[in-house]
Design a protein around this ligand. Structure first.
Ligand code: URA
Length: 237
């Protein structure tokens, strides 16, 4: 049984090694895998690999049944900043990487505006398989994936956690406040074994629909930049 699982997921783990050792984001896929490897310690990578295997082994999940790929993460596992989106869309499902579609392009621009990029942040989602027809993940699905997300955050252990949109906000903080009220505020939160500074902001897909809200997202980005400075965080450039 263990052997069967090992064989089944060896490819996925290999793929994970590939993306997380060598990935640099670039629109041209040909240039994606050509940057220096991240120096993540072996133990951390092993924990991440184990988590991938655990998520892949989920049973009776409508999301998994309808998806082409597990979308685990992108970016630097040693980053001080971890970003959580909602769930993969069609492009992400196809490529097996988060935020590679139009919302991802906007996210990259937003990050770049405060000197961040996929070499110095880590990106994942509340759910790891694409919800059919791009619907929002249900409460039940969010609950089901939350232990994986908690473990993921615990392994990465970021100093700053950025929640993009209401699904990530609700999963991590709860639904006492709507995103327009909750954004742009720092709260300290213990997530599993990880104590981190949390901020919510608008999801880039929402900003594409409501560009006039970008000015508020810019305030949030500046807050992240200031927090990194205040925490004396060294950012790889
Ligand atoms: N939207 C998300 O929330 N996550 C992705 O990975 C892509 C789009």
């Amino acid at each position: 049984m263990t052997k069967k699982i090992n064989n089944k997921f060896a490819k996925l783990v290999k793929y994970y090694n590939l993306i997380n050792y060598n990935l640099v984001y670039n629109n041209q896929s040909i240039n994606r895998y050509n940057k220096k490897p991240f120096a993540t310690n072996k133990k951390k990578l092993e924990k991440l690999e184990k988590l991938i295997i655990t998520i892949s082994s989920i049973k009776n999940c409508e999301l998994k049944k309808n998806a082409n790929n597990l979308v685990f993460a992108d970016g630097n596992p040693d980053a001080s900043v971890m970003i959580i989106g909602e769930g993969p869309g069609a492009n992400e499902d196809k490529e097996g990487l988060p935020f590679v579609g139009r919302a991802g392009q906007l996210l990259d621009k937003m990050l770049n505006s405060i000197n961040l990029n996929r070499q110095n942040v880590y990106i994942s989602n509340v759910v790891n398989y694409r919800p059919p027809m791009n619907r929002k993940p249900s409460e039940e699905e969010i609950k089901r994936y939350l232990p994986f997300l908690t473990k993921h955050i615990e392994i990465i252990n970021p100093k700053i956690l950025v929640l993009l949109g209401s699904t990530a906000l609700n999963a991590i903080i709860g639904n006492q406040e709507v995103i327009s009220k909750a954004r742009g505020k720092w709260t300290q939160k213990q997530i599993g074994l990880c104590k981190t500074e949390v901020i919510a902001s608008f999801h880039p897909a929402f900003l594409m629909r409501q560009p006039d809200q970008k000015k508020l997202a810019w305030i949030d980005l500046k807050m992240i930049r200031k927090k990194l400075f205040d925490l004396k965080t060294k950012i790889e450039t």
